[in-house]
Design a protein around this ligand. Structure first.
Ligand code: ADP
Ligand code: MG
Length: 317
């Protein structure tokens, strides 16, 4: 199987999964063509995943494909963008038909789920690495930036936190318990908050997706906005499964990455005007303050030592 045969067989069919009308020319030419519309801004971002760094060695190809596209799509979600397409630069150690078929199947499923069609890419040989560029759009000027949070705004997060981080410990477990399997699903199949991001456009003052942990990513948002924030650990959304399995669930919720939930800020008046179905996806965990840095309050005590470290690390008083 030559390079072009490989591309034609395993990647070209993906152009039809999640097909977007703005992609007027997909893979097969020297470039893809995305039609731009009046009053619309292009929002784009690129992510690289390296074997042994961003995902384990010998990771299942279907899971890798989903995770790769989910991680990239999560950045679009955090901007409140409408997904359009992606390109995939893939470096493969070998052309294994079984691996490629599973990868292609996983990528098609993710592509359909996130509404992102494959518009083109590059295929090379070497250590397994994926680079995914995603394109989305927003009505002109409508993107949700990290820099818009204002004192008094509520700080909210989507979903539950810490599950994927807890799963790192048993990624290689051959026969996980039902509780472990539930946490593993958060690592293997993150669900980027695309619809939530879209619904928050015009309401959220700032947003970031949680890839490196709530404290770290909220820290970036605070810094970009030139504000401080206080969160109450007793309000953190933590799954019953994680609470049952880990005495340090609060630490995981604060510091573990890989969740790909959204952290957003918005004035209380905007929060109250959100549709119930949107508001139900958010948990208010704190407030933006004047000043700088993240303060952590609340009675949840496990790991308070480590919590203080994170707190210093992200520049609070
Ligand atoms: P060029 O040399 O002009 O860059 P390539 O030989 O790298 O073209 O790729 C041929 C066509 O196949 C291009 O349209 C490219 O976008 C597409 N392609 C290559 N690799 C991939 C991939 N992994 N996924 C999707 N399309 C790909
Ligand atoms: Mg090329």
């Amino acid at each position: 199987m030559g390079e072009f045969e490989l591309i034609r067989r395993y990647f070209f069919p993906l152009a039809d999964a999640g097909r977007h009308p703005d992609i007027v020319l997909g893979p097969g030419d020297d470039c893809a063509v995305q039609r731009l519309r009046e009053g619309v801004d292009l929002v784009f971002s690129v992510d690289t995943l390296v074997e042994g760094v961003h995902f384990p060695q010998h990771y299942a190809p279907e899971k890798l494909a989903w995770r790769g596209l989910a991680v990239a799509a999560s950045d679009l979600a955090a901007m409140g963008a409408d997904p359009v397409c992606f390109t995939l630069a893939i470096t493969l150690p070998e052309a294994s038909p079984v691996w490629l078929q599973d990868f292609s199947t996983g990528l098609a499923a993710a592509s359909r789920q996130f509404g992102l069609s494959l518009a083109g890419g590059d295929t090379t040989r070497g250590p397994l690495t994926l680079t995914l560029q995603v394109h989305g759009t927003v009505p002109r000027g409508g993107e949700i930036r990290r820099s818009g949070a204002k004192p008094g705004d509520l700080i909210c997060v989507s979903g539950t936190l810490g599950n994927a981080g807890a799963a790192l410990e048993f990624l290689d477990e051959g026969s996980p318990t039902p509780a472990q399997a539930e946490l593993l699903s958060h690592y293997h199949a993150p669900q980027p908050g695309i619809a939530l991001g879209q619904a928050l456009r015009g309401s959220a003052s700032a947003a970031v997706d949680i890839s490196d942990g709530l404290a770290a990513d909220l820290g970036h948002l605070l810094e970009e906005s030139g504000v401080g924030g206080t969160i109450n650990v007793d309000c953190l959304p933590i799954s019953d499964t994680l609470i049952a399995l880990r005495p340090d669930a609060i630490d995981l919720a604060l510091y573990a990455g890989d969740d790909y939930q959204l952290c957003v800020t918005l004035p209380e008046s905007s929060y109250e005007k959100l549709e119930g179905t949107v508001r139900d996806q958010l948990t208010a965990i704190g407030r933006i303050t004047a000043g700088s840095g993240l303060s952590v309050e609340g009675a949840g005590q496990p790991g308070s030592e480590r919590r203080r470290q994170g707190y210093d690390h992200f520049g609070s008083q």
